[in-house]
Design a protein around this ligand. Structure first.
Ligand code: ADP
Ligand code: MG
Length: 620
């Protein structure tokens, strides 16, 4: 067939494409949705160069006959007969019958499809909206759609694409969402000719999750048993306390089986986790909400799946309760998780989780700390409140991490060694007054009050020590009592694999031990990790986000060193007076004592003059 004709509405399609297909991941979303609608049992998503060179989605679904194949390229052609309920729940996702023509108008597009029983299938090629060829297709039943050179004819949009790594990350995220929402469908993701994921069909959601995120993370998830509250049914799997991420990539939520983004749900999660989650961190969730379609709208933007709930408060409360209950029943709560606030205004009051009551209570009453609690509910939680590992470990702060065994290993920071190598710079004559909130060391100086951020100071000291050690051939490491095996997601494994060499010079001894599995034998000697697996997890997570931000898989040594240092000290460790003194000395032995490796100040001074002004003793 040589006749070339412009499809009707080609221009309109290009315009629509701008809204619908903002990036490769959006194409993947559309094509995979179509494959699912076609009843596919196995869907393969393949991308090259982040999807800008090629996106290919292959399915073994019902396929189309020639007429339908031609028709589906026309705008507003859709074969999907929908019930009224479907329309309410599905139809609002946007463009009914617009996706394929829109995509075809901004790419080199090829559709090959064959119905199960048909003798021959159909292949259609469209270049930038122009029909280029229609021929017979002899391939397997099902449908293959190829989208090459996305936006080749819309330079303004092509320029808008980010780096390959970023676009791929979005594709992978999209893939993840579909794969979690449809465990009963097999999924394969191929990136630049390498299989990134191969997920067999299963009825077991957890098995699917395992396939996506690796055994190690999956084993740290806890189950949210199905609960119903205000007609909202919630179930799924979520990370236990202490498992968190610096971004929301693994915070997946679904509404009636479809991936959804909702600030209300996010609030509910935060509330449910309360102090089980570090500030600024995000939980790992695979959470499924089910509620009647008439109780929410999905819209806002065709490319975004945001929910508007008619009763947002009920949703938030239901999520918070489901999460809080799961965390509680998992019985793995660290001290401090107790105040699941029942009303929004009581939502995570900061003073409840800070250390002030803890310190006074422990000093005052020894082993039976008084409990300060925001609300009287959950009495069974109160006895644990301030007696978690955090509080207990306060007594043995100088002891090396329990996982570490080498007797001659140097003790963790503050490290007397450092004092030996100290430079000539004098330590200012500060008199230590005490510690505020287990974090700030208060000191008297000739000028007034000095505050040292214990955490930032440790980071600086460790960082410089590490850099010196690296210059001299490597950071001393401490063997783990038992080598750890880490099963990682392919992406995490990739990041780790590519940075093994600098990491080993930083004292992290890791080696490949199977597909996406690593054996960890030693950690840097100054790292104090109660849970080395969780510690490494956080480090890898940060390295991963750094590598996607810099779009380079191999990271600079300094970048890795600052990351390791950031995680090498724990906030809220109580230091004894000699340790405080040693830390101060170590800090002033540093080349850059006044800020941490991330640039935050380590010391703040408040002059007497300033204090006097504040107390009104002196005119401002
Ligand atoms: P919509 O999904 O809203 O119907 P699309 O433009 O995405 O609009 O698809 C148009 C039509 O093409 C679909 O209704 C369906 O009949 C057909 N179609 C698209 N992809 C496939 C596929 N992978 N397998 C079978 N039919 C498909
Ligand atoms: Mg569609």
């Amino acid at each position: 067939m040589s006749k070339i004709r412009i499809l009707p509405d080609a221009l309109a399609s290009q315009v629509a494409a701008g809204e619908v297909v903002e990036r490769p991941a959006a194409v993947v979303r559309e094509l995979v949705e179509n494959s699912l609608d076609a009843g596919a049992g196995h869907i393969t998503v393949e991308v090259r160069r982040g999807g800008s060179a090629l996106i290919r989605v292959t399915d073994d679904g019902g396929g189309m006959d020639r007429e339908d194949a031609m028709l589906c390229m026309e705008r507003h052609a859709t074969s999907k007969i929908r019930t009224k309920e479907d329309l309410a729940a599905v139809g609002t996702f946007g463009f009914r019958g617009e996706a394929l023509p829109s995509i075809a108008s901004v790419s080199r597009f090829r559709l090959a499809t064959r119905e199960r029983e048909a003798l021959a299938g159909t292949e259609i090629e469209i270049n930038g909206g122009r029909l280029a060829a229609v021929k017979d297709h002899g391939g397997a039943h099902g449908t293959v759609i190829e989208v090459r050179s996305l936006f080749f004819n819309v330079p303004a949009r092509r320029k808008f694409l980010r780096t390959e790594a970023t676009e791929y990350a979005h594709v992978e995220q999209q893939f993840r969402l579909h794969a979690i929402a449809h465990p009963e469908t097999a999924f394969t993701l191929i990136r630049d000719d390498e299989v990134a994921f191969h997920l067999p069909a299963t009825r077991d959601l957890l098995e699917r999750i395992r396939g996506l995120v690796g055994e190690d993370l999956a084993s740290r998830l806890i189950e949210v048993e199905p609960v119903e509250h205000h007609g909202i049914r919630i179930e799924g799997h979520i990370g236990g306390p202490g498992l968190s991420r610096s971004n929301r990539q693994q915070q997946l939520t679904f509404l009636n089986g479809r991936p959804i983004e909702s600030a209300i749900i996010n609030y509910g999660l935060k509330e449910g986790y309360h102090t089980a989650l570090m500030k600024g961190q995000h939980p790992v969730t695979f959470l499924f909400l089910r509620m009647p379609p008439e109780t929410f709208d999905i819209n806002v933007h065709p490319a975004k799946k945001e929910a508007r709930f008619h009763d947002g408060y009920a949703v938030r409360e239901a999520v918070a309760r489901a999460v809080g209950r799961a965390l509680e029943s998992a019985g793995r709560l660290p001290g401090g998780h107790s105040t699941l606030s029942p009303r929004p205004q009581a939502f995570a009051p900061a003073q409840v989780q800070t250390a002030l009551p803890l310190q006074t209570a422990r000093v005052a009453t020894g082993d039976a700390p008084r409990v300060v609690q925001a609300e009287p509910a959950r009495p069974h939680m109160t006895s644990r409140m301030f007696t978690g590992p955090d509080a207990n470990s306060a007594e043995k702060i100088i002891a090396p991490s329990p996982v570490v065994t080498t007797p001659e290993a140097p003790p963790p920071v503050p490290n007397p060694e450092a004092a030996v190598e100290k430079k000539a710079r004098g330590v200012p004559a500060f008199r230590i007054i005490g510690v505020l909130h287990k974090l700030y060391i208060l000191m008297e100086s000739a000028e007034g009050l000095v505050l040292m951020d214990q955490h930032a100071a440790h980071e600086r000291v460790n960082f410089e020590k590490m850099r010196r050690a690296m210059e001299q051939g490597g950071v001393p490491s401490q063997r783990l009592l038992m080598p750890l095996t880490l099963q990682l997601s392919p992406r995490d494994a990739d990041v780790l694999a590519r940075n093994l060499e600098p990491l080993s010079r930083l004292g992290i001894e890791a080696e490949p031990f199977g597909p996406n599995i690593f054996k960890i034998e030693a950690l840097p000697s100054f790292v104090r990790a109660d849970d080395p697996a969780a510690w490494l997890d956080r480090v890898i997570e940060e390295l991963k986000s750094l590598s996607s931000r810099t779009s380079s898989l191999r990271l600079g040594e300094d970048m890795i060193a600052t990351t390791v240092c950031r995680h090498s000290v724990k906030a809220n460790d109580r230091l004894s007076l000699p340790e405080q003194q040693a830390l101060l000395e170590d800090l002033f032995a540093c080349e850059m004592p006044y800020c941490c490796p991330h640039g935050r100040p380590t010391l703040i001074q408040m002059s007497l003059g300033e204090l006097e002004r504040k107390f009104g003793r002196q005119a401002p």
